[in-house]
Every structure is written in C-alpha cells, then in structure tokens.
Write a protein that binds this ligand. Structure first.
Ligand code: ZN
Length: 162
C-alpha cells in the first residue's frame, strides 16, 4: 500500500502519517548493484494544507544492505532522513496527480531516498579492500608463503630501481 494523503481529510485538519512502506513500493531493487533493501521504509510524517501546496515534514528511514566496493563485505547502512520535507503543489505545472482525493507521496520519498544512496559504499572509512582483509584474516596454510611472494616481488622492484 503506497504512502497516500487523503485530501478531504487534510482539508479538515493536519494529518499524521506513521507506519511502514513495503520496500517494493519504492521500486529501488536492482538500481544499484551494490545496494539492496529488504526491510520496509519507516515514516513518521505530518502533512499540512497550505494555500497552493501541501507541506509534508518528518522522518523517513530505510535500512540498506550495501556491498563494500573495496572488500565486497555486505553491511547495513541506515538512511535516516530526519528533517525530510516536501512541498506538493496543488496548482500549476508542477501539480501533483490526485487520484480519488489521494496524493501519493511515494515518488517524492523514493526520489530523496535515491539521492541519499551512498555513491561508493564502503564498509568503513579507509577500508583497504580485499588485500587488507586477507592480511587480517587468521593465517591459513600457505598464507605466510603468499606474503613472502609479495615481499620478494617488492625486492625485485627495488632491484629494478637500482
Ligand atoms: Zn570494505
């Protein structure tokens, strides 16, 4: 069920919208190969009728499953839009579509969620990528050997410099 504002209701009073939006309503799956979402988006919003628009303000949050672009570790990042606000025009070219006295907030939320997507998801700032992860991992048989291969490669490079 999308995130709808009932205009008839809003003409009488401000509306509080609280709840969860199934993530499939956002249609964000597959947009970014490093980012997925499975849990519903949570919202806590207040809608207010102005002369020519509807003002919606509040909080929107969504947990994303990101894949670190450097080490491929999957981690969760919460998008927290704490001061989210939208102006929905009721007149003019930008007028929001109204269906059965309902205005759908979903596209607006979706747009801002997409803007907040991490461009370059990292499991932590300064993640060194796969090589670092391997170095930190408990040493497996052969681990020491591969390290000596690396250091002899450096030795070769140093020789070249000389
Ligand atoms: Zn990482």
């Amino acid at each position: 069920m999308p995130l709808l504002i009932n205009l008839r209701q809003l003409e009488k009073q401000d509306i509080i919208l609280q709840g969860e939006l199934p993530v499939k309503e956002l249609e964000i799956s597959g947009l970014d190969e490093c980012i997925e979402a499975s849990l519903p988006l949570k919202y806590n919003l207040e809608a207010q009728l102005l002369d020519e628009s509807i003002l919606v303000r509040g909080q929107v949050s969504l947990d994303l499953q990101c894949t670190c672009v450097r080490c491929l570790k999957v981690f969760t990042r919460r998008l927290d839009l704490r001061d989210w606000a939208a102006h929905i025009a009721r007149v003019g070219d930008e007028q929001a579509p109204v269906v059965n006295d309902m205005v759908d907030l979903t596209p607006l939320v979706r747009e801002d969620i997409l803007l907040e997507f991490p461009q370059y998801p990292l499991c932590e700032t300064g993640c060194q990528g796969l090589s670092e992860t391997l170095k930190d991992a408990p040493r497996q048989a052969g681990g020491a050997r591969s390290e000596s291969v690396v250091s002899s490669a450096w030795a070769e490079l140093n020789k070249l410099k000389l």
